[in-house]
Design a protein around this ligand. Structure first.
Ligand code: IUR
Length: 465
């Protein structure tokens, strides 16, 4: 086809800093999907986009073309305005989705949550769910629709048919140093959301020492790009910028994170996790028109966590996705010990003592995640197996006084590489994650730093403003 033959011309055009027309972008994406574009050509185009950028119209065209490269999901007309999802740019201890999807469904939304396994240090949402015996992440569009009808939410993996162009582009971005391109990230995330036929989307864009974006300014740029393009795709889109220097909650590692998400679904758990759930969920409820404004939307989510309806919805979702009823029941209504029995426990449990006394200023997420990765909690490449039982519990709060020798971290693992107990190197790396001050530190900055809303949003309308 003539359009495919002109790929070198398109690459040249972008290389020289010109903008590409919608049909040109469609032609490039067709070449990617149909396999007529060579890997070298795709890599060259990715690098040209990475270096020269794309304006909002080009990014929109790329998102649309990638969404159209596969199947779109379809929902009954009665659900119009109610189909929602959340996307997070990834953080250490981020188990928000596990509590958010059922809480939103308990409030009347339809949540076909499509999640990933994550290449990060400690796995993604699907890895956490796979810690639950019997859970099936793979569901056909018909099965998703049936689960949404009965339960209101499901959490599934990305099927081969959903935005297949993204699969090709994403894997090549990984090996061509083009992951960190604003238009490519925007189109990658939004193409999948557009194919999901969402009414509303909320994005948790993380920034800080353990995030893809180190500064609030750079995260804001991505959030603004996602909100602008999302809105133009016809999805009501909002974003929250959240700090990612410390783990979300106290637990990191897949099965431990399921336990903590259950605490949140029980109305308890760490305050920062609950705050993320009710703020992100509140934005979605408000966007769907299921809550009037601001505080009401978050309060409604909070009630779903407190009155047991979110937890019951989670149990129903587990049942609908293959978990045997008594396993789901033990997990959702059991004691902490019964829950641990369902999820299994690592062979070894070690507590780390504080190396000296002081006030806890911070527990750094990144060194913690790196050590857990080495112990088997994360993967390098897609498809690598991971040990779902490896994890850590932070035993201290910021601002707390800690005496020398008091335990501050409980580590769960099946033996360090080449032996049993943790060696001196990883132990030292973990100890460096604990930042102690000589005097009580001031209040830490709030985890939720800023909301990015579409232009024209009335002040005071959205949660957290
Ligand atoms: N998640 C996505 O779906 N796409 C991306 O480009 C990134 C994260 I970075």
């Amino acid at each position: 086809m003539a359009a495919h033959a002109s790929l070198p011309a398109l690459i040249r055009k972008k290389r020289d800093g010109e903008r590409l027309e919608e049909e040109e972008i469609q032609s490039f994406v067709r070449g990617v999907t149909e396999g007529t574009a060579q890997q070298g050509q795709i890599g060259a185009m990715l690098m040209a986009i990475r270096l020269r950028g794309m304006d909002a119209a080009e990014t929109l065209a790329l998102s649309r073309a990638m969404a159209a490269s596969g199947q779109a999901l379809a929902w009954p007309p009665a659900w119009q305005g109610l189909v929602v999802d959340k996307h997070s740019t990834g953080g250490v201890g981020d188990k928000v989705s596990l509590a958010l999807a059922p809480a939103l469904a308990a409030c009347g939304c339809k949540v076909p949550m499509i999640s990933g396994r994550g290449l990060g240090h400690t796995g993604g949402t699907l890895d956490k769910l796979e810690a639950i015996p019997g859970f099936r992440v793979s569901q056909s569009p018909e099965q998703m629709r049936s689960i949404l009808e009965r339960v209101g939410c499901c959490i599934v993996g990305q099927s081969e048919e959903l935005a297949p162009a993204d699969r090709v582009l994403y894997s090549l971005r990984d090996v061509t140093a083009t992951v960190d391109s604003l238009p490519l990230i925007t189109a990658s995330i939004l193409s999948k959301k557009a194919a999901e036929q969402l009414s509303a989307l909320v994005l948790d864009v993380k920034f800080g020492s353990a995030a893809l974006y180190p500064t609030q300014e750079s995260a804001r740029e991505l959030a603004q790009s996602l909100v602008a393009v999302g809105e133009r795709l016809g999805i009501r889109t909002a974003a929250v910028l959240s700090r990612m220097d410390e783990p979300v909650g106290r637990c990191v590692g897949n099965s431990l994170e399921v336990l903590e998400a259950l605490e949140c679904l029980d109305g308890g758990g760490p305050p920062d996790l609950r705050e993320l759930v009710i703020t992100l969920g509140g934005l979605l409820l408000w966007q769907c028109g299921l809550a009037g404004a601001a505080e009401q939307a978050s309060e409604r989510l909070g009630r779903a966590l407190d009155d047991g309806s979110a937890l019951r919805t989670f149990e129903a979702m587990l049942g609908a996705q293959g978990v045997p009823p008594d396993t789901a029941h033990h997990l959702c209504s059991g004691t902490p010990a019964q829950r641990r029995q369902v999820l299994g426990q690592a062979r070894l449990c070690e507590e780390l003592p504080a190396p000296c006394g002081g006030w806890v200023q911070r527990v750094e997420a990144l060194p913690l995640a790196r050590v857990l990765h080495e112990l088997g909690a994360g993967r390098e490449r897609a498809g690598d197996p991971i040990n779902l039982r490896v994890g850590a519990e932070v035993l201290v709060d910021v601002g707390q006084r800690l005496r020398e020798g008091e335990p501050w971290l409980r580590l769960h693992h099946d033996g360090a590489p080449g032996g049993g107990a943790l060696g001196a190197g990883p132990r030292q790396a973990l100890q460096a994650a604990l930042r102690l001050a000589a005097a009580p530190p001031g209040a830490p900055p709030p985890r939720l730093a800023e909301a990015i809303l579409p232009p024209g949003t009335p002040p005071g309308a959205a949660p957290g403003r």
